[in-house]
Structure formats: C-alpha cells, structure tokens
Design a protein around this ligand. Structure first.
Ligand SMILES: Nc1ncnc2c1ncn2[C@@H]1O[C@H](COP(=O)(O)OP(=O)(O)OP(=O)(O)O)[C@@H](O)[C@H]1O
Ligand SMILES: Nc1ncnc2c1ncn2[C@@H]1O[C@H](COP(=O)(O)OP(=O)(O)OP(=O)(O)O)[C@@H](O)[C@H]1O
Ligand SMILES: [Mg+2]
Ligand SMILES: [Mg+2]
Lengths: 253, 253
C-alpha cells in the first residue's frame, strides 16, 4: 500500500465519514485501488457505501482476533473501492484493547500483512474521540486528513487534536504528518463560516485544501441510498467539491 | 436534586451541547436552580457558557479524585445556572477509569453527596460515544434526553443507543428511562428532515417533544461569545425553540 490516510477529528459530526466515502469514491474513479477501513462502531462509512452484511467478518475480528484485512474487505458499488466493515461489536473493542499487548499497533500490523499490490491507498474513518480506535488509526497512518466544520466549536477542538497527533508522532509513529485539512459544510451566507475558514487557513497555511465543501443536502441524502454522491447526484455542488478534493489529493502526490 | 438528565447520543454533532446549554439557560430563567455537568473532554458546554477557567478544579478531579461537585461548580452569565467544567485531562479519564473500583458509579456517588437544596435539576452533557464517561452519566441519571439530528445517520445510531440504555437499566440503573427525544437542526425545506422526523415520532411516540429545533445560525454563533442563545439572540427561531422545549420539560414535571 502506498498511502494510509487517517481521517480524524474528535469533534462530532464534522464530515469524517462523508469525506471518507466520497473522497474514496472519486479517487477510485480516477483509477486508484482504494480501501476504506471503518474504525467507527457507528459503521456509517460501511452503510454509506451500501454494505449491510459482513460475510467475512468485520474490524473487530481484525483488531482483536488477528483476522486478515483482505478477508473482511468487501466490494462496493464503485469499481476499485472496497470497504473493511465495522459493526456494533466494535463498541466493546475499546475496553478489550486497553489490556492487550501492543494495543496501539493492532491496525498497523494488519495493514502491514495486506498484500502490497491490492490497494494504492487506504482511508481510515475514525470515531469522534481520541480513544484506542483512533490511536490505532493514527499509529497505522502516514498522514492525517482533518475535516473541519465551519463552526466555532470546530476551532476549539483543534488544540486537543494537534496535541494528540504530536504525542502519537513522539511515542508511536514518527512518520505521521498532517497531509491535509478540509473545510466542510461551508455556508457562504454566514459570517461565522468565513471567519472560521480564515482562522483555519492562517493556522494551517497551505495544508488546507483550496476546495471548501459547501453545505449541500445531496451529501446527506446519499447515505440513505447506500451510495456515494458520485453515484447519487454527480452534478450536485457537494459532488463537484469532493471531485475537486480528489484532484488536489492526487496532485499532492 | 430532583431530576438528573443525561443528554446522550453517540452520533457526533447532533446538538447535545447546544441542548444542554440552552435548555439549562431557559429552565434557570423559569426559576429553577440548574447545574450543567460537562462530561465531554471537548468541554464545549463549558466554553459555550463562557467559562474559561476552572478555579476549583474540573470533572476529572470529581471522577478520579473524589473532589466534591460543589467545589468545582462555577457560576455562569445566567442567574441560577452553574456549570461543573470539563477540561483536556478528561481525555485520560477513560483509560484510568477502566481499572477503577465501581468505575460506572463515580458520577452517581458525586451527585449523591451534593447538598440536596443546591439544585433542582442537573443536566449531563455527554461526549459522542458510549464510553465510560457516558456510562457514568447513564448510571447517575433518572432520565435520558436524546437529541436527534434530522439526518439519515442519526436514525442508524438509535438501535445502538437504545441497546446501551437497556443494558444500563438491567445492570447499573434500574430507574433509567427515556424522558424525551428532541429533533434538532430541522430544515423544513428538505424531504430528508420530514422523513426522519416522521420515523422518529413513530419510533418514540409521545416521548418526542412537540417542539422541533430549526437549523438557525444564531445557535452556532452564540458559543463564540460564550453565551447561551437567550442572552445572545433571544428573538431568534433557535432561541424561541429552546424556550418552548423548556416549557415542555416543565409541563412534563
Ligand atoms: N457538506 C455537507 N453538507 C450537508 N450535509 C453534510 C455535509 N457533510 C456531511 N453532512 C451530513 O452531516 C452529518 C454529519 O456528517 P458525518 O456523519 O460525515 O460526520 P462525522 O464527522 O463522520 O460524524 P461522527 O463524528 O458521528 O463520526 C451527516 O448526517 C452527513 O450526512
Ligand atoms: N439548531 C441548530 N442550528 C444550527 N446550528 C446548530 C444547531 N444546533 C447545534 N448547532 C451547531 O452544530 C454543531 C454541532 O452541535 P453540538 O456541538 O451542540 O453537537 P454535539 O452533539 O454536542 O456534538 P459532539 O458530538 O461533538 O459533542 C455546533 O457547531 C453547533 O453550534
Ligand atoms: Mg463518522
Ligand atoms: Mg457536545
């Protein structure tokens, strides 16, 4: 695998799953072989990609029983895009992982065992916390993609997030870097959105994607059909934004 | 204390903190003595009420070192409303609590020691997960208030949430009941919002508040001034909705 990207923000509802699903779908559309790993017990990335069964097992089996990732990965409605599903039993994983040996490295080990040519890029969708599931993702990733909702509380959480990333880099994963910051749910009619966008750009500089994802109801409707927005409403402003983000990701190399 | 209400939903960004802050402020305005306990390491309920210092300590000290709640509680800009602040070190509480004795009862014990006449109602703002901090809140509460965003993913999380509430009732807190369900960020222009509202009302019946909180930018601007919406924009649709929710809460007794 060339690149492993952890999509992380402990603030809830900022667009992590929406970004994982739709960025992955557009990258696959550009010819990359992509795997989305759903590390969230809510399993939104799993159902948002139309996967309602986990015949080969799920991420609980990978993290706690060492099942190979490629055995749980399933195909989706998008060519070149697979998902390693989550399920409700991942809720228990946190408590069980606490006392496990090398508890932060479970996902990293699983990704290392994945045959090299299967995927070009792996996107890790994380739960809204800095728990052991998210720590596993930060330890396994080469880069972090941070979705930031254009709201006040989203700014407040950044200090905690950057502190956690620094701690992971020092203790668990020296290569970890912030690959990109994506402004989401941008509503140009509100001053707040412009203000937050300005502050984020001054904090992160050119790590912030040029593309801002607008608030667009098509993005919130798509998961109810189990489809990424490229298949549900490809001409919508939300779809065009994620297509543009995929371009920027590919240009960054 | 008469009533302890846990504001819970593991789905992120559904309006838990916004509901804790604004419902508490309107209840205090009606003459109740209210305490908001911030159980979320993000500390949004703390900063949203304009509290930026914790001179007496914070919820970490209460849960892990047995500090009395009334020593950490601080006043806010609203008469009759105090907040027991959270802080960044609550992030570590989860791992430390796992091996503690009676780990799910720490908050309940702290609330039992609170002098009876200090508060009429306590609102517990929870993080977006079903972790030990949320379990402490569910164990300490007499009722749960569930904010539900009018979006597809919000429906999916309900099964997990109801399962957890049932488990807590069986194992930890036999009195726990669902006191109310609040539809938030309702945008009447989208079919999705109406569809979700219909499904929630058929699932929960008359436990759903009549009042639906509309999407209203004043609600997301208010926390950047450290003010509940009653002090920031009392005539806004968001403010009027939370005033109406407070009425419904009082009428339910
Ligand atoms: N740009 C957008 N415009 C409109 N709605 C959006 C947009 N992005 C996401 N949404 C909707 O907002 C809600 C939150 O997004 P999402 O679930 O992707 O966030 P998350 O960060 O993954 O949440 P959690 O913290 O619970 O994992 C969802 O209902 C989603 O459909
Ligand atoms: N009715 C509303 N209209 C518009 N914005 C809202 C509304 N309710 C909440 N918000 C905003 O939406 C975001 C999410 O709300 P909030 O932080 O209260 O949710 P939460 O469930 O507490 O999130 P978390 O899961 O991270 O704790 C915040 O930026 C808040 O200001
Ligand atoms: Mg998500
Ligand atoms: Mg909150």
């Amino acid at each position: 695998v060339r690149t492993v990207v952890a999509i992380v923000n402990q603030k809830g509802g900022v667009g992590k799953s929406t970004t994982a699903i739709n960025l992955a779908a557009y990258l696959a559309g550009k010819g990359e072989k992509v795997l989305v790993v759903d590390m969230d017990p809510q399993a939104n990335a799993t159902s948002g990609l139309g996967v309602y069964e986990a015949p080969g097992g799920c991420m609980y089996d990978v993290l706690l029983e060492g099942k190979p990732l490629q055995e749980v990965a399933v195909t989706t409605g998008v060519d070149g895009l697979d998902v390693a599903p989550s399920s409700i039993n991942l809720v228990g994983a946190e408590v069980e992982l606490v006392s496990a040996l090398a508890r932060e490295y479970k996902l990293k080990r699983a990704l290392e065992k994945l045959p090299g040519e299967l995927y070009d890029r792996v996107l890790l969708d994380c739960p809204p916390s800095l728990d052991l599931l998210t720590l596993n993702a930060l330890t396994a990733a080469n880069e972090v993609l941070i979705p930031i909702q254009c709201e006040y509380y989203a700014l407040e959480g950044l200090t905690q997030l950057m502190r956690s990333i620094r701690m992971v880099r020092e203790e668990l994963n020296p290569d970890l870097m912030v690959g990109g910051v994506l402004l989401t749910m941008f509503d140009p009619r509100t001053n707040l959105a412009h203000q937050v966008a300005r502050e984020v750009r001054s904090f992160f500089g050119d790590r912030v994607f040029h593309t801002q994802v607008p608030r667009n109801v098509r993005l919130s409707e798509a998961p109810s059909y189990g489809l990424p927005v490229v298949l549900y409403a490809p001409k919508s402003s939300g779809a065009e934004a994620y297509a543009a983000v995929a371009e920027e990701v590919l240009n960054r190399g």
